[in-house]
Write a protein that binds this ligand. Structure first.
Ligand code: ATP
Ligand code: FE
Length: 356
């Protein structure tokens, strides 16, 4: 079967048509990077208006690429949360409109579940598996027992990892048009990852939690020691060293936590032997190679979604619609609304299973 997925939780308006065998038939995405940069962040009503201005076009482009009409899809899925409510509603309403007009099943999708499950679109990943979700708003280690079944092993005590990349990119005065993470990763390529020995966060804490606020402060202090913003920003070598050292410290923090999570799985005899790295930061090549190596050594399989499916997109929403429909989960749009907060733990279906 074929599902249309719609995403509008933050500053990307996206849609995609995905078939249940994982084929992506059509895809379209409009990002608000320029707006976000101009306003110095995502301003909810500005973002909502930008979604509203393009949502119809984005959906039609995806359908057009797939050479399909609304009536040809079997179901419609839309991100219902977590995210900015007024933005989420733009995508939800457009999707609901199509579902009701053409009498299609509707699936309300959790954005975080979509980041995680998209790894199953083109890789063999069976349940249960472990996932490291590293995105703009989240940083968690979770055990995934099945669709809609998540247990949190650890989370961040302060910032998310993507947020830490974005803030550090801004501290360094980088142009963050396409996101602070990619800009910082590019800059770090030219630097020495061991130039500045930032302390690895919570290195002695024996749990699966994360913290990035202290590292941000360490970067601030290091820049001041090197002579302040002007000196550092005027010297590409120094900039690159700070970026590379920051990235290295983040990766070592992730390695500590993942190693610990793998041990926990062994200790509790959980049959998981695959780590899925998901969310925007999973696009980072250093994160990818280092976690891949760690898993190889521990004889675990390590899976990443394709790079372009790590950051927000419509494919992950359509795919999660497929995964939920396969479980017999669909949602009745009558009493449904978007959710600003919607944690993965205790997720379950939004409303009721479809009667057989
Ligand atoms: P959430 O999914 O938690 O609601 P979000 O949707 O805003 O948040 P994503 O789109 O999943 O976040 O990811 C965007 C984040 O990923 C940004 O913080 C961005 O800086 C980061 N990111 C993207 N590419 C890279 C990269 N190559 N290296 C590091 N970070 C990256
Ligand atoms: Fe996201």
């Amino acid at each position: 079967f074929i599902v249309l997925g719609v995403e509008s939780s933050c500053d990307d308006t996206a849609a995609a048509i995905v078939r249940s065998d994982g084929a992506v038939l059509g895809e379209s995405r409009v990002s608000q990077d320029a707006l976000t940069e101009a306003w110095g962040g995502v301003v909810p009503h500005v973002a909502r208006d930008a979604h509203a201005a393009v949502i119809e076009r984005v959906i039609h482009q995806a359908l057009h690429e797939a050479q399909l009409h609304e009536r040809d899809v079997d179901a419609v899925a839309a991100t219902m949360g977590p995210g900015l409510e007024i933005c989420l509603r733009v995508g939800y309403r457009a999707a609901r409109q199509i579902a009701t007009t053409y009498e299609k099943d509707f699936v309300g999708v959790n954005h975080l579940e979509a980041h995680v499950l998209v790894a199953r679109l083109d890789s063999q990943v069976s349940f249960p598996f472990l996932t490291l979700l590293v995105s703009g708003g989240h940083c968690q280690l979770l055990l995934v027992r099945g669709v809609a079944q998540y247990e949190v092993l650890g989370g961040t005590l302060d910032d998310a990892l993507g947020e830490a990349f974005d803030k550090t990119a801004r501290l360094l005065g980088l142009e963050v048009g396409a996101g602070g993470g990619p800009a910082l990763e590019q800059l770090a390529l030219k630097g020495d990852a061991h130039a500045i020995p930032f302390p690895v966060p919570m290195a002695k804490r024996p749990d699966c939690n994360f913290s990035f606020a202290g590292l941000k402060t360490s970067v601030r202090v290091a820049i001041d020691k090197l002579g302040g913003d002007e000196v550092v920003r005027g010297d590409e070598r120094l900039m690159a060293d700070v970026a590379a050292s920051f990235q290295e410290t983040c990766v070592r923090h992730l390695e500590h936590r993942v190693r610990r999570a793998l041990k926990l799985c062994a200790k509790h005899n959980l049959s998981a032997n695959t780590l899925v790295v998901s969310g925007g930061v999973a696009a980072n090549m250093v994160v990818r190679t280092r976690l891949q190596k760690l898993c190889e050594r521990a004889q675990w399989k390590c899976v990443f979604p394709k790079v372009r499916l790590c950051t927000d997109n419509g494919v992950m929403v359509a795919w999660t619609g497929i995964e939920r429909l396969r479980m017999g989960i669909a949602d009745d749009t009558k009493n449904l609304d978007v959710r600003a907060r919607w944690p993965l733990a205790g997720l379950g279906p939004l409303s009721v299973p479809i009667p057989p």
